[in-house]
Design a protein around this ligand. Structure first.
Ligand SMILES: [Zn+2]
Length: 375
């Protein structure tokens, strides 16, 4: 067409070579830079936890990974950790200065005086109600474990999570802790003024410390979660997807010493799974008898299941199938679960996706199940 600009051949070649060079450079950059260029950082602030191995101090040493997973990386017990070692004697915590307290039949509840509720729907803490509830929960914990109920316990209610964490040195993920007494932050939305699941968890620690004493972490944390009604569905599912879990021998310490935050969920979830699987063979009272007075290796000698076998047994309980291809395929679909607040009763199944939602309730199944596209 007349009037069109005719580019000289030499200039066209120059432009083509420059464009090719730029494309080559872009390709090299794409190839050389990883998808996530930020290396994982472990901050010391993320180090958490609970107590130290006592009777036979045991520091896990890195050996063979389980299913390609690294073993638990235990760190030294933080010098300012206030949580108690279950292998030491029971002692009462000191009441914080300026706190009021009420005592009912050996249960003392200490609390900060708060002048007014900041929000109109906040529930005021009722210390004597909490003391009576604690008494009843201790009796329930004793009955469940076949042990004599602890007759004395102090519950310290901190006014908020920030003060709870700063004053007790609790790790960021901890909802409460047991340090000879129960330390727990107030929750103005909870009927009791504190989280019932957390209270139950810590009360079980108190009962086990008093009545069983020195125990491995899988038992102490597993039984506490069982009593708290906590079910780590997602963490269990993730372990089944990757077939990855820590060596059960890593949990043969007297309590969690100091475990990095990114591993905490898995340590707790595996502890609960070990208890749930053990309870397929023995009652909780018999499990207590097996652990009491035994050394920390009791799992290996008494049950002899490695981490893979524990996870496989858990998969059978929840999904009715073994680890492997079929379960991998099932876990790639939406999953519906019923009885998700009972670690022993929870059951899950595959589901077609919902047309509109990521999370929904399936009332056609009995019992009703809650469903999620990624669980
Ligand atoms: Zn615990």
């Amino acid at each position: 067409m007349a009037g069109l600009y005719q580019m000289p051949k030499r200039r066209a070649w120059t432009i083509a070579v420059m464009a090719a060079a730029a494309l080559a450079l872009l390709f090299v950059l794409w190839w050389a830079v990883p998808d996530d260029p930020t290396p994982p950082v472990r901050t010391e602030a993320a180090v958490a936890a609970v107590t130290k191995p006592a009777v036979t101090p045991r520091r896990a040493t890195a050996t063979t990974p389980t299913f390609g997973r690294p073993r638990v990386e235990w760190a030294p017990r933080p010098p300012d950790a206030e949580t108690v070692d279950p292998c030491t004697a029971v002692r009462d915590p000191e009441l914080p200065e300026g706190f009021d307290s009420v005592s009912v039949d050996g249960i003392t509840v200490a609390y900060a005086r708060v002048s007014a509720a900041p929000n109109p729907y906040d529930r005021p803490l009722q210390p004597s109600v909490l003391a009576r509830a604690t008494l009843a929960l201790l009796e329930e914990a004793a009955e469940a474990t076949g042990t004599p109920a602890r007759s004395q316990l102090t519950v310290i209610v901190w006014p908020d999570k920030e003060m709870f964490r700063s004053r007790t040195k609790a790790p960021i993920w901890a909802g409460g802790l047991y340090d000879g007494g129960v330390e727990i932050p107030a929750d103005a939305h909870a009927d009791l003024g504190v989280s019932l699941a957390t209270l139950r968890h810590e009360i079980m620690h108190a009962q086990l410390h008093y009545s069983v004493g020195c125990t491995p972490v899988w038992f102490d944390e597993g039984v506490a979660q069982l009593f708290g009604g906590e079910v780590p569905v997602r963490t269990w599912n993730d372990a089944m997807r990757s077939h990855g879990w820590f060596d059960t021998r890593d949990l043969a310490v007297s309590s969690v010493v100091a475990v990095h935050t990114d591993e905490v969920r898995r340590v707790y979830a595996e502890s609960l799974a070990m208890v749930v699987v053990a309870l397929d063979k023995v009652s909780l009272a018999d499990l207590v008898l097996a652990v009491r007075g035994a050394d920390l290796d009791v799992w290996e000698r008494r049950f002899g299941l490695d981490a893979h076998a524990v996870l496989d047994a858990l998969a059978h309980r929840i999904y009715g199938i073994s680890l492997g291809g079929d379960l991998d395929a099932l876990l790639a679909t939406p999953v519906c679960c019923s009885q998700v607040v009972d670690p022993r009763a929870i059951r899950c199944h595959a589901s077609p996706p919902h047309e509109e939602r990521y999370v929904w309730l399936d009332q056609r199944s009995a019992p009703a199940a809650t469903c999620s596209t990624r669980w």
